[in-house]
Design a protein around this ligand. Structure first.
Ligand code: T1G
Length: 695
């Protein structure tokens, strides 16, 4: 199946990349582009060639799904497609619009000239997939835009707009009118003027102080990207562009690419890429359901969560009604919003007009009737069932009959909250993660009665806020917090058995977590964990907890908010400091229970805590709370600081092999921990069948 087509505009051949949705360079696509280049070269009536993309992209890069399969190595590989353009005896002009990424940009770098529409996203994002540009990008881009800009683009993987990168020399023209017409006219001009077949391989890398630049970059990658092999290798490839002849540099780049594409880190990062995109495929949801239009959103409750949600909504251009019965809370919220946007302006991430536009979108009111104009109402009051139900009983009197109603509860029974509304069909959970204007994850909780339009509205809101929306069913803690309870349970037990809280935190942070469990709970509030343990101990008496966390809470040690928790904190500081008083309370608790102490290794800590996550994830899967294992991975990758280069708890278990996971859980299970580590039935079944969580 040819996925590029060849058309003629007089004496200019136009090759259109046409492989929806992003014109990825699959083997078939690569083959057809090369065939059309050769046909254009052989046609004596053709004086120049334009490469352009159909649909919403020039090209989104190599076909990632082909990696680690023979198709990825089948010639012509992407590098050879770029070389086919570069070696053509007629001028080849790349015409980029919307998206030119990875192999797509590398193909354009192989062309003699490049033009672009404004606003195109130009990037070499391979490092985010644990690889590096493998089709000449590390060798040609620095020759096009200079060592520093190329190094920044390749090691960050972040896009630049076509008009921002144009002054660096990547484009010969920015075409504000019809791109195809402009590109054909430019191609004809190149031919008429007899302009040279300009090849980046013949250029040298521009820039000064490159040796220092490389050394600084190498040090920065080692500091900032622990656990990720690719960033440092990108620097090596950039260095080769400066120190080696072009063809040797290309060979060096290819060698590194072939190494990186086999690494477990790259496989995990590519899993994460597709997993995030799979979350929008929701089973048993009418595909025609698009949700209600979203212009105005009301937020009830102007506390930390309500304020963060209001910021996220205004950042997305939505009108916001922030209401709270307490006028002082509203004043504090307004001050927080102003501070947040002022800080963004000071850091250059927002201009003053942007701040003003956002503030103008915010209406605050102590009158609940102010929610009347909202398309969506989000309740974000105190995390207590009675309080939340009382709010939902009152919402009906003021919200529009067609408004969607959402609770921001982090773990409470959404069905019970919905039952307080006169129309539970329009109620769902929207679990934002704090800070709500920063964290990408949004758990979208589908109640028993939630109708498709309301659920689709939640998904549309996630897209609008540029968050990752993961749909889940109703259970205590949904996906993330339910698994977190088992992770924390093991962390608490490990301290009872002899590990210090610092050792537990350190082991998990060394393994890749953004923050260890105790530093995290000190930040979130030990009192929140305490309330959850009290509730769960009633519902699940068979799942005991260690006792020392309650002793700390009984002593009023709730973490940063009280100046001490597991750690102590100097006034105004978030730095977790060892606290002998906390250690005394823990030691007393353990001694009273007569628990035999042992030396606990970092490996034990990681294994107990991480496998507890996967084990509870298996239960969440078998209960149908999550639609697929990769959704669970996405929750942990985007909401809980799980290291992206390890793919998420379910992916990690898959890499260990589920039979081995069962063995390890059984090896750790102890009578004191009750059934907390007994392997979930689905885990056992998959292990016996030799299968994986992620299919
Ligand atoms: N390969 C395969 N599928 C891809 C793809 C790709 N490169 N890019 C996107 N898709 C799928 C995606 O899974 C989704 O599928 C659909 O397209 C729409 O994506 C040799 C080796 C291009 C900015 O890393 O950043 O080139 O869910 O929802 O928001 O050196 O996709 O519909 O089934 O994200 O408009 C380098 C990755 C590859 C770019 C579009 N390229 N893609 O964003 O749509 S490696 C990348 C993106 C490489 C060379 C190396 C974004 C996008 P489905 P979407 P979007």
């Amino acid at each position: 199946m040819s996925t590029a087509r060849l058309d003629y505009h007089g004496d200019v051949a136009v090759i259109t990349l046409d492989n929806p949705p992003v014109n990825a360079l699959s083997h078939a696509h690569r083959t057809s582009i090369v065939a059309h280049l050769r046909a254009a070269e052989a046609d004596a009536t053709i004086r120049a060639v334009v490469l352009i993309g159909a649909g919403d992209a020039f090209c989104g890069g190599a076909e990632i799904r082909e990696f680690n399969t023979p198709a990825a190595l089948a010639e012509p590989i992407t590098r050879q497609v770029a070389e086919a353009a570069e070696s053509l005896k007629k001028p080849v002009i790349a015409a980029l619009h919307k998206v030119a990424m990875g192999g797509g940009l590398e193909l354009a770098l192989g062309c003699h000239y490049r033009v672009a529409a404004p606003g195109a996203a130009i990037a070499l994002p391979e490092v985010k997939l644990g690889i590096l540009p493998g089709a000449g990008g590390t060798q040609r881009l620095p020759r096009a835009i200079g060592a520093k800009a190329a190094l920044d683009m390749i090691t960050s993987g972040d896009p630049m707009t076509s008009q921002a990168i144009a002054p660096l020399g990547l484009f010969d023209q920015i075409i504000e009118t019809d791109l195809l017409e402009g590109a054909v006219a430019f191609a004809r001009h190149v031919a008429d003027a007899g302009m040279p077949l300009r090849r980046l391989r013949d250029e040298s890398v521009k820039g000064t102080g490159i040796v220092e630049l490389i050394a600084e970059a190498r040090a920065r990658m080692a500091r900032d990207w622990r656990g990720y092999p690719a960033p440092a290798r990108c620097v090596d490839a950039l260095e080769a562009a400066v120190t080696l002849p072009f063809d040797e540099g290309i060979r060096f780049e290819r060698k590194i690419f072939l190494e990186l594409v086999e690494t477990p880190e790259s496989r995990a990062l590519r899993h994460g890429f597709f997993a995030e995109r799979a979350t929008s495929k929701v089973p048993r949801l009418d595909p025609s359901a698009r949700g209600h239009r979203l212009n105005a959103v009301a937020v009830i409750g102007a506390g930390t969560m309500g304020s963060g949600i209001a910021i996220a909504l205004a950042n997305a251009g939505l009108q916001v009604v922030l209401t709270d019965a307490d006028g002082a809370a509203l004043a504090r919220a307004r001050a927080y919003l102003d501070r947040t946007w002022s800080s963004a302006v000071e850091r250059g991430r927002l201009d003053a007009a942007g701040k003003d536009r956002r503030l103008a979108l915010i209406e605050t009111s102590t009158d609940l009737a102010s929610i009347a104009r909202a398309d969506l109402v989000i309740e974000a009051v105190y995390e207590d069932m009675t309080v939340k139900r009382a709010v939902f009983e009152r919402i009906d009197a003021h919200a529009r009959p067609d408004a969607v109603l959402a609770t921001n509860t982090s773990s409470l029974d959404v069905d019970a909250i919905a039952a307080a509304s006169s129309n539970p069909a329009r109620v769902l959970g929207l679990h934002f993660f704090s800070p709500a204007h920063v964290m990408r994850l949004l758990e979208i909780v589908r109640g028993r009665a939630t109708d498709d339009q309301s659920l689709a509205t939640g998904l549309a809101l996630a897209r609008r806020l540029r968050k990752v929306g993961v749909v889940c069913g109703v259970c205590d803690g949904f996906i993330g917090n339910r698994m977190l309870e088992e992770y924390l349970r093991q962390a608490y037990f490990l301290v009872e058995e002899g590990a210090s809280p610092q050792a537990v935190d350190q082991a998990l942070e060394d393994w890749g977590f953004a923050m260890g469990p105790f530093r995290m709970m000190d930040m979130a509030g030990q009192d929140i964990g305490w309330a959850i343990r009290k509730r769960l101990s009633i519902d699940h008496p068979d799942k005991p907890y260690a006792q020392w966390p309650d002793r700390l809470c009984e002593a009023g040690r709730f973490g940063q908010k009280t100046g001490s928790g597991v750690y102590r904190y100097e006034p105004g500081s978030r730095q977790a400091l060892r606290d002998p008083e906390a250690e005394r309370i823990i030691a007393d608790s353990v001694r009273l229970q007569g628990i035999e102490q042992r030396s606990v290794s970092a490996a034990d800590i990681v294994e107990r805590c991480v496998l507890a996550l996967a084990n509870e994830g298996a239960r969440i899967l078998e209960e149908g709370i999550a639609a697929r294992a990769s959704d669970i991975d996405v929750v942990y990758l985007t909401g809980y600081g799980f290291p992206r280069y390890r793919g998420g708890p379910m992916w990690h278990a898959d890499t260990l092999g589920l039979a081995a996971v069962v063995d390890r859980l059984q090896a750790h299970a102890g009578e004191r921990m009750g059934q907390t580590l007994s392997p979930a039935p689905l885990l056992r079944q998959l292990a016996v069948e030799g299968r994986r969580f992620n299919t």
